[in-house]
Design a protein around this ligand. Structure first.
Ligand SMILES: C[S@@+](CC[C@H](N)C(=O)[O-])C[C@H]1O[C@@H](n2cnc3c(N)ncnc32)[C@H](O)[C@@H]1O
Length: 263
């Protein structure tokens, strides 16, 4: 498993949090079996080289790419990029310069390997969502796929997104929001998500949060296959199966959303 320095806002090295260590183990398990990636790619319509740990489909990614409005040479920041799959693909389509950050050193290790394997140039760093280490106004666009719910201080993460974006730059986030924030059956992380409130409070303009009901068929079919898996003693498949069971249990209590906002 890879190890790597995590730095706070002042660049001071910090030990990984328990959640970052959990994600390190999660990603290390995935590297041991191709089965999870194969299932995920089949349901989401992704090509074999696009490593995803989220629920953004190939069609969804086309919509996201268009919304980011990237010009050639502009910097795309992929926040909580995981193994870098979406950022690498979008940067290749737009000729943008990709910077991916994730607090999992193992995810970043695999993202770098994948970039080399694909023959792409990109910068991947171990860093927190709320302290990605970019200069003020240095990014042309910011992408955050299915990860903002993990920010311990969502307000700080939204502010940081706003700070690193150049004037007029686009932020695009995909996530889920609770239909009823008071519904205790919804995981706490998702109950806290309110993209409109967070983005508007951080000073973004033109904030739009659109429901993406059409993205949900692929999501449901993937979780159904995951939940029906016989994982044997494979930890990655056990985790995938458990996530499938959990996600199906709360499927109708959340809505799938894509948020866009201008800095
Ligand atoms: C569901 S995965 C999505 C990964 C990637 N965006 C994708 O779509 O494939 C969530 C990611 O958020 C990362 N993450 C969670 N909390 C984070 C934080 N505070 N700072 C940076 N990354 C974080 C995890 O390591 C994980 O890679």
């Amino acid at each position: 498993m890879a190890t790597g320095a995590r730095r706070d806002n002042e660049g001071v090295e910090k030990p990984p949090s328990a959640l970052a260590q959990y994600f390190d183990t999660w990603y290390a398990g995935m590297a041991e079996t191709p089965v999870k990636d194969e299932i995920q790619q089949r349901h989401l319509g992704l090509p074999p080289g696009l490593l995803s740990t989220s629920l953004l489909s190939w069609d969804g990614m086309a919509e996201v790419t268009e919304t980011l409005q990237l010009s050639p040479g502009a910097t795309l920041l992929d926040l909580a990029c995981g193994r870098g799959g979406y950022g690498l693909e979008i940067a290749a389509r737009t000729d943008a310069r990709l910077v991916g950050v994730d607090f999992s050193a193992e995810a970043i290790h695999q993202a770098r390997q994948q970039a080399r394997h694909l023959g792409r140039t990109a910068a991947f760093h171990v860093a927190d969502l709320a302290a990605p280490g970019l200069g003020t106004g240095s990014a042309g666009a910011v992408l955050c796929v299915d990860a903002i719910q993990f920010a311990p201080r969502p307000d700080a993460a939204y502010r940081e997104l706003r700070r690193v974006l150049a004037p007029g730059g686009q932020a695009v986030l995909t996530c889920w929001e609770p239909l009823d924030p008071g519904d205790e059956r919804v995981p706490d992380r998702l109950r806290r998500v309110s993209l409109r409130t967070g983005l508007a409070a951080a000073g973004f303009t033109d904030v739009k949060v659109r429901e993406r009901a059409s993205w949900r068929a692929a999501e449901r079919s993937m979780w159904e296959e995951a939940a029906a898996l016989d994982p044997g003693d494979d930890p990655a498949l056990q985790s995938f199966r458990n996530e499938g069971v959990r996600s199906l249990g709360t499927f109708t209590l959340v809505r799938r959303v894509m948020a866009t906002a201008t800095a």
